[in-house]
Design a protein around this ligand. Structure first.
Ligand code: AMP
Ligand code: ZN
Length: 580
């Protein structure tokens, strides 16, 4: 029971000697959870020396394991349950000896000791393998997934494709790499809050131009063109699509707030996205929101989530990148940014997005969409929103979410496939995972969109990365993603790497649960497109022109996007070109 609760267990394990005698071995079991919240491993240790020092009389059979009743002191056996025939004294003495001999050591030191001891009595090949284990354990980056290609010699992993490695490095690295060179500045400030909402808009629907109205009529379609909305709303797509979708999902009714408050809130949140970021701006938030709404509208998902879940998913999508500075968390850590200091280099941006969104929401009653909720409901929805925003941290992508979601989808959905009763899968624990999975997929949905949108987003993210690399170079900072250099980067390669390492597995799992075959079709076609682009660029690489300047490159990229789209779809892409 202790172990199931994730707690240590200490007590006597009853063993039998060859002679048939019973032995009680002081033992300890420690749960270890390196990858997930659930315990996956248990370290079992037993003090065999104690056998020589202390031969327990059979009355110790009456011992209760530690944890089954409250013990007097950590590290000693529970003495209250002993007989008063002298056993108690022996045990008390043993406890005191143990207490005096206690030293303070980290659990990992004990793991080292156990492995080193095991090495001594092991055949050479086992000792060698254990040495490798020790080597890995000594690393300080135990939880940073590394990209390893299969190598002929398993002991010597080789790094994979450098672009993909960079993507992983940039996306997954939490904090600074060891500094090889360079100066660090402590004067950066990533955030400049716009404290006040823009003047409140009149109810939007009545104001919408024919173009906006026409576009928003398609707000639940997978082909929805958020880039076009960005353009015709003068870079304020979030408030428009936010009102349209959140009213469609009856959010004012769920939260008990009026439409005007919702509109004020959307306006304020949108004002705190940075329009100068090429990727992490309010159009990205609008895109993630639109995708979340699309997922929420899928039959299977609809059956599982209640109105409060729906509200929390939409709100999380709206706020999930608010006040993004256009640089990733690793950059903030490398520059000793105040946010990295505040959040101890841990999920820096995601923590900031969650915190700042609540801060703004509570800044004024006119924007407080939660103000009518009772305390418990508010706590519930707040917890759910924070959980989802934190789930967008890509540093947790490989070792937590995807494994969990894959297992989840495999376990729950396969069973659910033929079952008319999907509701039985909606346990509170499963719902948390489903909501995390939903926002994660929505956050990186762009490779799964129709090609012209996928291309546009690929260029937007690449440009944001390029700017970061340029600034890192300028300020002699560690370069987080060296492959994302404007003059040399291959965007098709970056997309192939991104799809291979982040998208395919996650969307496979999500498809198993949400049934989204249309999206999977787009993913396959887009992937094929990037492959063809890469092949084509290999063929012409011998005639590579001299490096372009930043401006030249931008217009070159527009042309490339147009060409790429035309080649693939045969469509006239003049409007796409304008927006790319
Ligand atoms: P977020 O910062 O919350 O948007 O998390 C998603 C991460 O995935 C971001 O760091 C993006 O940089 C990254 N990402 C999204 N789409 C792409 C893409 N098409 N290519 C490469 N990286 C991407
Ligand atoms: Zn995002």
């Amino acid at each position: 029971m202790q172990m199931r609760r994730g707690r240590e267990w200490e007590g006597l394990v009853t063993c039998r000697r060859k002679s048939g005698d019973t032995l009680h071995l002081p033992s300890k079991v420690i749960p270890v959870a390196p990858y997930a919240r659930k315990n996956e491993f248990y370290v079992y240790t037993s003090d065999t020396h104690a056998l020589d020092r202390l031969d327990f009389p059979s009355s110790v059979d009456q011992f209760h394991p530690r944890g089954s009743i409250k013990s007097l002191r950590k590290g000693s056996y529970d003495i209250r349950s002993l007989n008063s025939d002298g056993t108690q004294n022996i045990i008390r003495r043993h406890s005191l000896v143990k207490l005096h001999s206690l030293t303070i050591e980290a659990p990992i030191t004990r793991v080292f000791n156990i492995i080193t001891a095991a090495q001594e009595n092991s055949p050479a090949y086992v000792a060698q393998a254990l040495e490798k284990v020790l080597e890995i354990l000594r690393s300080t980056e135990l939880y940073s997934p590394q990209l390893i290609s299969a190598a002929p010699d398993n002991n010597k992993p080789v790094p994979a494709d450098p672009v993909a490695t960079d993507l992983l490095g940039g996306l997954l690295s939490q904090g600074p790499k060891p500094l090889l060179s360079g100066r660090r500045s402590s004067s950066d400030t990533a955030t400049k809050y716009s404290q006040l909402p823009r003047p409140s808009l009149p109810l939007l629907q009545q104001q919408a131009s024919a173009g906006i109205r026409e576009l928003l009529a398609e707000d639940m379609s997978w082909n929805f063109d958020v880039i076009k909305l960005e353009k015709i709303t003068d870079k304020r797509p979030l408030v428009w699509i936010g009102m349209s979708l959140m009213c469609r999902f009856d959010i004012p009714n769920t939260l008990g707030c009026d439409e005007q408050t919702l509109q004020n809130w959307l306006t304020l949140i949108e004002a705190n996205y940075h329009p100068d970021n090429t990727y992490h701006n309010s159009t990205h938030a609008a895109d993630v929101l639109q995708c979340t709404a699309y997922f929420l509208n899928q039959d299977r998902i609809k059956q599982l989530l209640d109105p409060l879940d729906v509200a929390s998913c939409l709100i999380a999508a709206v706020v999930h990148d608010v006040d993004h500075p256009g640089k990733n968390s690793a950059f903030l850590c490398n520059t000793d940014n105040e946010l990295a200091i505040l959040y101890n280099d841990l999920s820096v941006l995601e923590s900031h997005h969650a915190a700042v969104s609540f801060k703004h929401t509570h800044s004024d009653d006119r924007v407080n969409i939660f103000k009518a909720l009772d305390r418990d409901t508010y706590k519930h929805i707040r917890k759910s929103i924070i959980d989802m925003v934190l789930a967008t941290d890509m540093t947790k992508h490989l070792n937590v979410h995807v494994s969990q979601t894959k297992n989840h989808a495999a376990l729950s959905f396969q069973g659910a496939r033929d079952s008319p009763d999907l509701m039985s899968f909606g346990t509170p624990e499963n719902l948390v995972i489903i909501k995390r999975m939903m926002i994660k997929c929505a956050d990186v949905n762009n490779p799964v969109r129709p090609l012209h949108l996928a291309i546009d987003w690929a260029h937007r993210i690449a440009n944001e990365y390029f700017s970061q690399t340029e600034e890192e170079k300028k300020r002699s900072l560690p370069i987080v993603m060296p492959q994302f250099d404007r003059t040399t980067c291959s965007i098709p390669k970056s997309q192939i790497g991104f799809i291979d390492f982040f998208i395919t597995d996650m969307f496979d799992a999500w498809d198993a649960l949400a049934e989204i075959p249309e999206l999977m079709g787009h993913l396959r076609r887009n992937y094929q497109f990037w492959k063809e682009q890469e092949e084509a660029s290999k063929n012409i690489s011998s005639q590579t022109p001299p490096a372009l300047t930043a401006n030249e490159e931008e217009s070159h990229e527009e042309e490339t996007t147009k060409e790429m789209t035309e080649k693939s779809t045969g469509e006239d892409t003049s409007t796409q070109k304008e927006t790319s």
